[in-house]
Ligand binder design. Sequence first.
Ligand code: GLV
Length: 321
Amino acid sequence: MKPAIMVTRAIFPEVLSRLEEYFEVDSNQDDIIFTPSELASRLKGKAGALATASARINAELLQQLPGLKMVASMAVGYDNIDVAACTAHGVMASNTPEVLNETTADFGWALLMATARRVTESEHWLRAGHWTKWRYDYFLGPDVHGSTLGIIGMGRIGQAIARRSMGFDMKVVYHNRSRLSAEQEAHANHAQYVSKEDLLRQSDHVVLVLPYSPASRHTIAEAELNLMKPTATLVNLARGGIVDDAALIAALRSKRIAAAGLDVFENEPKFNPDFLTLQNVVLTPHIASASEATRRAMANRAADNLIAGLTGGRPGDLLNP
Ligand code: GLV
């Protein structure tokens, strides 16, 4: 008999078909957002789950699911998974690293450029019918080329963002839990390791790509925003909660910093509506990894992990070996 699994959210149909070769699949192609208790009841009796970053996998859930052997998440960030609780309950957990590095780095640049050069703000103005003449001072913004890029969180995605800055003749400074090797720094456009405070003081454009944890909560709050240049921009590609959104809204409103580009928010998708009242912020709905090829690769990688874990193999991306 095939093991039973649950695919907790809608997924590419061909990935579902692949899973059906190995498993009895209960899927949620209607993409209903389950409450924790609905998720628990759908997962009862299942050996595995293919989940996304929106599912909270914690001790309270795992206690109700003695038969569960594995949760394969389709995301690189896994702050939604209590890995220690999974280990305590004998549940394997996996994520999908690597496959999204370059796509996410591309999107970091899309947000950086759109934010600095006021792309969405000027488009909204044009669409609203305000464009009746050209003026020398319409939508002036800071330059990207030749400026200083500050990257907080210099993992694989941060390094891919730094590499791209070579073409813009930028200086790169970074802050990370640990310093990169000299070779890695050289590949990352000769990035220089600095303290978070020095990075915020020096950078013209700050990009956040660090993982969320209780320790990284509000890495950027009022005190940090106050260190930034008034002409600086801030991009958050990482997770909601790394930035104190209320403090950022205040800083954008008072022009304490020039602008922000945000793909992630505290409490998303119910983000702080005050963002909508500001012109100097570019807002996108958590799509940094959303290229056609990469989202397929992530789904297949999560499926590979689940298939390996439930057929006696070792998932390539096991978080709790
Ligand atoms: C997306 O946010 C991911 O962690 O993959």
